[in-house]
Design a binder for this molecule. Structure first.
Ligand code: SF4
Length: 192
């Protein structure tokens, strides 16, 4: 049943719009990204906050977190990835539908962060193609949203990744959305 809400209330009822099929597909696809949250640590909490009412990722059509890789097209790796966990990450990536994109959220996913140890992967881009790096420890929800907007721009501009061969990672880096401030109180630890 037709609804009296939405764009049809602002436009004439008998209006006709023409566009290219690829443009319509890109518009639909970028407006309905379904993230696959691969959240392993504290960055995952910020990922949850991004979908909550305060930040409301639903405004941009990307709040439908799927825990089935076959229903997802945007992997968000939030947190450190251990070497033991890496085969799971790769398998989930392989099971996701094409076209698909990857966001590396936070310092740990992108570089291992402070966990410079033999047990932690020192950057997931060595094993899966990362399209957007979101900086921070943890990144704020706004910064993650900037990363998702970057993916949407890519979909709008380029549509599906080219067919055939391996998909090349786009490797875009989002600028931090915060200004670092000095320590508010003098450091006294270890002083006598
Ligand atoms: S980048 Fe920081 S907040 Fe994110 S998982 Fe690593 S230690 Fe936690």
């Amino acid at each position: 049943m037709a609804s009296a809400m939405g764009i049809e209330t602002a436009l004439p009822q008998d209006m006709v719009l023409t566009t290219k099929l690829q443009t319509a597909i890109n518009w639909c696809r970028r407006s309905s990204l379904w993230p696959m949250p691969f959240a392993t640590a504290c960055c995952g909490i910020e990922l949850m906050a991004t979908a909550s009412s305060r930040f409301d990722l639903a405004r941009f059509g990307a709040e439908v977190m799927r825990f089935s890789p076959r229903q997802s097209d945007l992997m968000i790796v939030a947190g450190r990835v251990s070497v033991k966990m890496l085969p799971v990450l790769q398998r989930i990536y392989q099971q996701m539908t094409e076209p698909k994109w990857v966001i590396s959220m936070g310092a740990c996913a992108s570089t291992g962060g402070v966990f410079d140890t033999y047990a932690v992967v020192q950057g997931i881009d060595q094993f899966v193609p990362v399209d957007v790096y979101v900086p921070g420890c943890p990144p704020r929800p706004e910064t993650l949203m900037e990363g998702i907007f970057a993916i949407q721009s890519i979909v709008d501009r380029d549509g599906m990744p080219p067919k055939g061969g391996l998909r090349r990672p786009l490797q875009l880096a989002i600028e931090p959305t915060h200004v670092t401030r000095p320590q508010p109180t003098p450091l006294t630890v270890g002083l006598t």
